[in-house]
Design a protein around this ligand. Structure first.
Ligand code: FPP
Ligand code: MG
Length: 296
């Protein structure tokens, strides 16, 4: 079924009828297609599920094109970013082409589905803006961080689950709640992988969140357990390129204080909550496992 999503994605991009866009898009790595997989899993029998999955994946791809410009990221999924190879203007315009095309296709869906997906794209844009603002200083406000994370990552995943349930005639609120918790857990695992992963597995530089100014949950947890001189050292590392010895100190401190295990436990809690609302659906359990156990 995921092949049909890939086919529809290609068709939608070709319909734009602009060879440069088709060519640039063909060089992007598709990624895990989590959002499309989720839709197909919740609405396996619905003839429009693959099309909705393709639309959401195009929106997601557009958001990452813009995000890489915003974050000045040179690498995405192991491939040089479009802003690295063609400059920011091209990356932004390609993103604009993809998401506007996706929105045109979305208008053919039931208005509640079109509204739900578009509202979550507004929310992910608000989340991205909060992320940028919060990156200006070391942040210890967990609630603010979780709100940003919900907006930036979880809302679109929540909306995918909600809309897929609408398509399939299932209880949309229950599946939406599953998607929300899955999305939050997904981003917490992302925060963890930035710390424990390496460039080869991640397809982007490791230990980069803090350099970009993002005080993710593991950094907040670490701050709480450090003594005051190490707290100052940690804050001094925020928002700048680190020396190898500083990276080593950070990784070591995370491991000595069991910070990574604590973050995984938090992600697992969210996953347990996600599963508790939908009961025992093996395919949705498998998606949860793939999110927790992933290495990139
Ligand atoms: C990745 O975050 C970014 C997002 C999940 C959302 C980005 C959203 C926008 C740029 C809003 C614009 C939306 C559209 C549709 C054009 P990250 O930087 O924490 O993750 P990364 O390490 O994978 O880059
Ligand atoms: Mg980024």
């Amino acid at each position: 079924m995921l092949e049909s999503v890939e086919t529809i994605i290609r068709e939608l991009v070709e319909e734009v009828d602009f060879p440069q866009a088709t060519q640039l898009f063909s060089k992007l790595s598709g990624g895990k297609r989590l959002r499309a997989r989720l839709i197909l899993t919740i609405a396996p029998a619905h003839p429009d599920a693959a099309r909705l999955g393709a639309i959401v994946e195009l929106i997601h791809a557009a958001s990452l094109l813009h995000d890489d410009v915003i974050d000045d990221a040179m690498l995405r999924r192991g491939v040089e970013s479009v802003n690295a190879t063609h400059g920011s203007k091209v990356a932004i315009m390609l993103g604009d082409i993809l998401y506007s095309k996706a929105f045109s296709a979305l208008t053919a869906f039931d208005p509640e589905i079109a509204r739900t997906i578009s509202q979550s794209v507004t929310q992910l844009s608000v989340g991205e803006m909060m992320d940028v603002e919060m990156g200006r200083a070391f942040n210890l406000d967990r609630d603010l961080y979780l709100k940003m994370l919900y907006l930036k990552t979880a809302t679109l995943i929540e909306s995918c689950a909600y809309c897929a349930a609408l398509l399939e005639g299932k209880d949309a609120h229950v599946y939406g709640l599953y998607g929300k918790n899955l999305g939050l857990a997904f981003q917490i695992v992302d925060d963890i992988l930035d710390i424990i992963g390496n460039e080869e597995t991640l397809g982007k530089p490791a230990l980069n969140d803090f350099v970009e100014g993002k005080t993710t949950l593991p950094y907040m947890d670490l701050y709480d357990v450090l003594d005051s001189s190490d707290q100052e050292k940690l804050m001094g590392c925020h928002g700048r390129v680190l020396e190898a010895s500083e990276k080593q100190w950070l990784s070591n401190a995370m491991s000595v204080h069991g910070i990574i295990a604590r973050s995984y436990a938090r992600a697992q809690e969210l996953c347990d909550e996600a599963l508790s609302v939908i009961g025992d659906e093996a395919a949705l359990r498998a998606i949860i496992t793939s999110v927790i156990q992933r290495s990139h």
